[in-house]
Design a protein around this ligand. Structure first.
Ligand code: PLP
Length: 416
């Protein structure tokens, strides 16, 4: 398909309207308009999210769940409504299965400590994949050190796709949890989570899905996926930082011990013994990030209004165009060429260090990520010290990709 026909696949979003929702896009960086291609690290926020957070602080700021006064009741209602919005967004059977956390990292740590740790015996196995973010590696390593369990890694091929045959072989009764990233932040690979859950389900192996990069790009239905836990972060999906969620099956949440002790998570306390609340309150000790949770609900509203199918279709068009356009640059090599990919383009440019590439394109107003993307085993797999990564969001345009490509051509010119 030619470039112009790829550009024509743009029927779904009113992109100018969407761009006008993001005030930061009016910024100039080194006298050039900002081209933000680092959404995988953190998305920009639309006015709706910013104003929702400001409205909370201006008009009904109060602690939640424990006040009888009006502000506290309003704040509590907004916080709980946000939980309901998130539950509907991922098609959770109940909002009581949605636990607010600080983000994906905390969600995974919560499952590691409260769900898995009490079950582990020496020799038990935890299965993860080669393309995990550090947040879906390190908590399991720590658990293995403590308990004598063993961490096993499902290999991937050169395209950055999981070796499904190996996964099937490695999935035995010894496995006590399988942790898998839905969309790889370093490669863009979309993993076949539904199939993986079916395979694991046959042996009764619980599956935790790291959904940090899937939530902003596609619709997520935890019931269709068939997983046991789904973890995500507000800031990757156009919401505030410092807030995220864990969805877990109610039977798991019910049987799990609290993650932290403190206020809010208890029903009754004496010096002899405490009785805990039910989930999700059981896992939300202390005053939570109320503004963040309410802002995350606003981000969900924003994405729902656009429609996740539209987001996915629009970004697929951008990705196809970007893949073709960037391939024309001398010395450009895409890292991560899976058949099923979301809007992440990791690459190397000849033998120019990724940090130099990132610094030089910034001079043209282009924000990309460079380094190991908190997925060191991925760059090690390709024998690279680092990659540069352009990641897409709903506000990106074909012109953004052209500007990136022009900037990269200038960089290669400098090193020629
Ligand atoms: N998992 C993936 C795939 C990610 O991309 C990230 C962040 O980059 C995380 C987990 C960690 O998210 P957070 O830092 O919001 O906890």
């Amino acid at each position: 398909m030619g470039e112009s026909s790829l550009k024509a696949i743009n029927p779904v979003l009113d992109i100018e309207k969407i761009r006008s929702d993001f005030p930061v896009l009016n910024r100039k960086i080194h006298d050039s308009p900002l081209v933000y291609l680092d959404t995988a690290a953190s998305a920009q926020r639309p006015l709706k999210v910013i104003e929702t957070v400001v409205d909370f602080y201006r008009n009904y700021n109060a602690n939640i769940h424990r006040g009888v006064h009006t502000l506290s009741q309003e704040a509590t209602a907004a916080y709980e409504q946000s939980r309901e919005k998130i539950a509907r967004f991922i098609n959770a059977p109940s909002s009581q299965e949605v636990v607010f956390t600080r983000g994906t990292t905390e969600s995974i740590n919560l499952v590691a400590h409260s769900f898995l740790r009490p079950k582990l015996q020496p020799g038990d196995e935890i299965l993860i994949s080669w393309m995990e973010h550090h947040s879906n590696i390190v908590p399991w390593q720590l658990l293995c050190e403590e308990t004598g369990a063993v961490l096993k890694v499902i290999p991937m091929n050169q395209h950055g796709e999981l070796e499904m045959a190996a996964l099937e072989e490695m999935l035995t009764e010894r496995v006590k949890l399988l942790g898998i990233v839905h969309v790889s932040n370093a490669l863009g690979t979309i993993n076949p989570v539904e199939d993986i859950c079916t395979l694991a389900g046959r042996l009764g192996v619980p599956v935790l899905v790291d959904g940090a990069q899937a939530m902003p790009h596609q619709s997520v239905d935890v019931q269709t996926l068939g997983c046991d836990f789904y973890c995500f972060s507000g800031h990757k999906m156009y919401g505030p930082t410092g807030i995220g969620a864990l969805w877990g099956r109610s039977r798991h949440l019910h049987s799990m011990k609290p993650y932290q002790g403190g206020g809010e998570m208890i029903r009754h306390v004496t010096f002899e013994k405490s009785e805990f609340n039910e989930a999700p309150a059981k896992f939300e000790a202390g005053t939570p990030n109320i503004a963040g949770a309410i802002g995350m609900g606003a981000a969900v509203d924003y994405l729902r209004d656009i429609g996740m199918e539209n987001v996915a279709a629009y970004e697929a068009g951008l990705l196809a165009y970007g893949t073709e356009r960037l391939a024309k640059i001398d010395g450009f090599r895409m890292v991560g060429t899976a058949t099923k990919k979301a809007g992440v383009m990791s690459f190397v440019l000849a033998d120019i260090h990724a940090n130099d590439v990132g610094t030089l394109v910034d001079l043209h107003g282009v924000a990309i990520r460079t380094g190991h993307h908190c997925a060191m085993p991925v760059v090690q797999f390709y024998g690279l010290p680092a990659t540069a990564r352009a990641s897409l969001g709903i506000y990106n345009t074909f012109s953004d990709i052209d500007i990136l490509a022009d900037a990269l051509e200038k960089v290669t010119g400098m090193f020629a």
